[in-house]
Ligand binder design. Structure first.
Ligand code: NAD
Length: 419
């Protein structure tokens, strides 16, 4: 990519616009432009061959005004501090949009998890946990999975933290396996939240989601689940992409089979073949002729280079930050509706919140209860964002940022600035 996009600047630019629309004085939101804490750690790990490698890791806490910090841990070879800072700030905004009592944080380890053995991955995860130990805890900062991390790794984090405390502390991390305090419904929660927001958007526009042709970028937790749930909804999922490229089938892809191939069996899409399925580039998937596009892989996928070619009139952001500021402006001019990340993919953190509530009270809820409470929260949040955007004649991204910012600023005002 020719242009280097800085997601933190992206976040700041939207925040500034939302603050202006709300008529906030700079002093009211100045503190939100900076993370409260940034920790960089070195993670020495003995590799299987006896050598020692030192990995780099981060934990950034953006805001704790509304409650304990909350945010996933990304395992990716290209992470940098600006990306983690942006992701942490988006978590503060996300928790505020859906109105759950959390602040925002994010963590990362600079490693491609596919290039290390399972035992090495466990040692990296456990040592990273030990390095960020002073920051985390059920009342301080609660990690969760993100790109490149999964439930098993959250179990290692819970165990490592608990060993240091001398007793089991399930509420230190969410997205854990069910057997050690994970919540039913958490695994599919982000994708299910994407489905609920897409349903709300279609309903507001007088359309039926079940009639839609859909393209999804990303075949991981979010993209894979979204594609499956959309297919079960009756949508025709015609285009899918992962890091290896894309597949297209005008008559609709066999999503369950692809999910099994990619997510369960950990293969890339490039090795998936079926009658009527055509291989293409990832960009062909983003620009496919569909009613709904769900970018659910990484940030900066929809840019000024490809935005004008995007045919989908409706975009629901499964990933964090998939659309650059420039692309967003192009979409607004084209009259597209974009449901922003901080609303669309908030289902994950909502059910993480349910998991944490169950952990600290030793409760166990059934999946139906979790899904129905998630739906209630997502529908309420969508309505608030939709109304706020229309009240200010703004797009949904600004609507969501205004809802979130108003809540964050109000909490800050009530608490005051120490000393
Ligand atoms: P994941 O690691 O499970 O999956 C990532 C997917 O993206 C993989 O299929 C990978 O092949 C694909 N991918 C990576 N680079 C790509 C590229 N350049 N082009 C096309 N595809 C590419 O990650 P995930 O948990 O599904 O997270 C995806 C996005 O959703 C991230 O932005 C993450 O921050 C966000 N998110 C995740 C959760 C969650 O609960 N897991 C919650 C909210 C937001």
């Amino acid at each position: 990519m020719a242009h280097e996009y800085n997601p933190y600047e992206n976040m700041l630019s939207t925040l500034e616009k939302a603050a202006n629309m709300l008529g906030l004085a700079p002093a009211e939101y100045e503190a939100l432009k900076y993370p409260e804490r940034e920790l960089k750690v070195s993670i020495p790990v003995r590799m299987d061959d006896g050598s020692v490698r030192v990995f780099e890791g981060y934990r950034v806490q953006h805001s704790s005004s509304r409650g304990p910090c909350k945010g996933g841990i990304r395992f990716h070879q290209d992470v940098n501090i600006d990306e983690v800072k942006a992701l942490a700030a988006w978590m503060s905004l996300k928790c505020a949009v859906v109105n759950i009592p959390y602040g925002g944080a994010k963590g990362a380890v600079k490693v491609d998890p596919r290039t290390v053995s399972h035992a090495e991955l466990e040692r990296i995860t456990r040592r990273y946990t030990a390095q960020i130990l002073p920051l985390i805890g059920p009342e301080r900062d609660v990690p969760a999975p993100d790109v490149g991390s999964n439930a098993e790794m959250m179990g290692w984090i819970m165990d490592t933290y608990s060993v240091f405390q001398g007793h089991t502390v399930p509420g230190v991390v969410t997205g854990k396996p069910i057997e050690v305090g994970g919540s039913l419904g958490r695994g599919e929660a982000t994708g299910r939240g994407v489905l609920f927001t897409a349903r709300e958007l279609f309903a507001r526009l007088g359309k039926k989601l079940s009639d839609a042709r859909v393209a999804v970028q990303g075949m991981g937790n979010v993209g894979g689940t979204t594609a499956r749930l959309m297919a079960r909804e009756g949508c025709k999922v015609v285009a899918l992409a992962d890091v290896s490229g894309g597949v297209i089938c005008e008559d609709g892809l066999n999503v369950e089979e692809i999910y099994q191939h990619c997510y369960v069996n950990r293969n890339f899409l490039e090795t998936y073949n079926a009658p009527g399925v055509r291989h293409c580039t990832g960009n062909d998937v983003l620009t496919a002729d569909v009613d709904l596009l769900v970018p659910a892989a990484l940030e900066n996928q929809l840019t000024e280079d490809n935005a004008a070619d995007v045919k989908a009139p409706l975009i629901v952001e499964g990933a964090n930050g998939p659309t650059t500021v420039e692309a967003d402006e192009i979409f607004t001019k084209m009259g597209k509706y974009v449901v922003p990340d901080i609303l669309a993919n908030a289902g994950g953190v909502v059910v993480s919140y349910f998991e944490w509530v169950q952990n600290i009270q030793s409760l166990m809820w059934d999946e139906e209860q979790v899904n129905s409470m998630l739906e209630k929260i997502m529908r309420r949040a969508f309505a608030e964002v939709w109304d706020k955007a229309h009240e200010h004649n703004a797009n949904l991204r600004l609507g969501a940022n205004m809802v979130a910012l108003a809540r964050l600023v109000s909490a800050k005002k009530i608490r005051g600035i120490f000393p």
